[in-house]
Design a protein around this ligand. Sequence first.
Ligand code: G3H
Ligand code: 13P
Ligand code: ZN
Ligand code: NA
Length: 283
Amino acid sequence: SLVPVTGLLREAQRGHYAVGAFNCNNMEIVQAIVAAAEAEQAPVIIQASQGAIKYAGVDYIGALARLAAERANVPVALHLDHGTGFAQVMQCVRNGFTSVMIDGSKLPLPDNIALTNKVIEAVRPLGLSVEAELGKIGGTEDDISVTARDALFTDPEEAAEFVRATGVDSLAVAIGTAHGRYQGVPKLDYERLRRITARVSVPIVLHGSSGVPDEAIQEAIALGVCKVNIDTNIREAFVSAARGVLAENPGEIDPRKVLGPAREAATEVIRGKIRIFGTCGKA
Ligand code: G3H
Ligand code: 13P
Ligand code: ZN
Ligand code: NA
């Protein structure tokens, strides 16, 4: 059955590796995530974004992930990605999620703290862990200058205050990554990450990790990142494999012939990430 995230991240922190958190939208991607984790004998986190919930439904995602976890011979967790509010969190609880993110990063600090505390109070007794975000990670499409982005980065002192005030289980930080594809190569603020982990002992989460060079991810893990979120690179592999099938055979009408290779391509990308994160054999 689906496992809690707390233990997975605690082990990762102790072992200086990171657990991959991979976004799913459909059955094929859920299967790809679990197949990759089994092939690498790695613990894994399946996560559902707002878009995934809108597309597939929180109940379908819950059911798919539960079945996948039941069948898997590695630990599988299910996490709400960028949760928007209390009601959605409770819906995830009812559907078997073992972890939630409550993203109050757009709120003023006291409101982010209050919302995070409200969620923690409700779900911790049920065994779920809570991830919060401080600073604004945003997307590559947000079109803000480098200096403007810098101003949105996580402040280490504020991070310490936030963790003290909430006792949150893990913290997503803004240190130069962005959701989606990058134009050029992202530059991570390692010094800031160092200052954050010097003040905060909970596992740090890296969002927007698709498109970040392998060495940069590994450097961030060495500095204390314990959970790495990947979505875009899975979508790219999935759709490009499907596109390849259709380009070769424009008359193909069997979804299985299109989505089967897409699922395989997604599995390969996820396996590669798991190796970069140092999670192989940690199941
Ligand atoms: O939260 C990060 C996701 O990559 C965005 O996903 O477009 O499915 O909501 P979405
Ligand atoms: P990418 O799409 O850049 O991999 O970001 C994923 C993410 O952070 C999900 O929360
Ligand atoms: Zn994210
Ligand atoms: Na990205």
